[in-house]
Design a protein around this ligand. Sequence first.
Ligand code: UD1
Length: 378
Amino acid sequence: MNGTGPLIDVIAGARPNFMKIAPILRALKARQAAGSHLRVRLVHTGQHYDERMSGDFFRQLGIPDPDVNLEVGSGTQAEQTAAIMVRYEQLLLSARSALCLVVGDVTSTMACAIAAQKLRVPVAHVEGGIRSGDWGMPEEINRLVTDAITDWFFTTSEVANANLRKAGVADERIFFVGNTMIDTLLANRAQFRPPSFWAETGLREGQYFVMTLHRPANVDDSQGFANLLRAVGQAVRGLPVVFPVHPRTAKTLSALPDKPAGLLLVDPQPYLEFNYLVQHARGVITDSGGVTEETTVLGVPCVTLRDTTERPETVTIGTNELIGTDPAALKPALDRLFAGQWKKGGVPDKWDGRTGERIAALLEELLGEGRTPAAQRR
Ligand code: UD1
């Protein structure tokens, strides 16, 4: 935070944010070392606070300790939103920044964007413009609200650019930079390593599945969740399913009378171990968005238990397929996988490992010139 140049708040709150900020912070640091006057304040909202959901990621990805931790913790959507807004507003009132940079679509993203913009601190949104069209997902509300008050959009795809243009955003505010999550994937690929249970559980390359589930639609109703797990067991032809259990999912799982057979239940995995598991799996079953981007780049077949995606290029270009939330759809999908009929897939434009550098260069240009965001001139 030393120096006198424009201060950028980089906001992170929940697990999928951490891999997105790491390359941006690294690129900004490299610029500072080369003489840039930009300053960075890393703000952790505390939305995710466990070692397994947060601390492990900071350590493995080389993210510096946050300058500020708002420590909001668990709560309902509104409680978390409110607590983050109140505490981030206090921070801005005591030490204003020149820009609030938010990433992704979690509660922290929206809450900080609102608090900042109301104080006329410009907002930049990394991963702006993506849309699932499903207002039943809190993330979609977060995207819509954040993008409605964002000044500068750093986008991951042409689809996102088109969505923004359709919403009336001028081209001068849209910067197609690529995907910072993929920067992190490519930068860490050589360090992926097997988790401690790999040998003792006899996992072998290509002879298991990885599953992640945490969306309310899939895990909050215990009967539906039990049906889904049974369907997974029936579709995987006896192969083990490694299932790192998200805290939200753990609550439903612990209330089920019978623990599902064939599932290897493990804690949420650190980044390097999780992506090792993904890279060597026969396939991935998930309801996450970010995981579908990683499987696309790693070329691993991915079955998504959702009706919609905000990342359509993982389906049109990558290895992902949406099968909906009806468990009956799992078996036919995995039958095709076992028959060797899964698509091979390619990698979307600019998912090349250089996105953090592009963003840092743009921030320097935008803030260094003291450019006022178009929205603020109105
Ligand atoms: C959040 C994001 C979602 C992201 C997911 C990844 C929103 C709206 N959703 O959902 O986009 O894919 O993170 O993990 O922001 N909990 C812990 N330890 C923690 C964090 C949470 O036990 O470190 C518990 C909470 O008490 C809560 C549950 O996990 O009961 C859910 O956490 P919450 O932050 O509400 O949202 P996620 O479902 O994790």
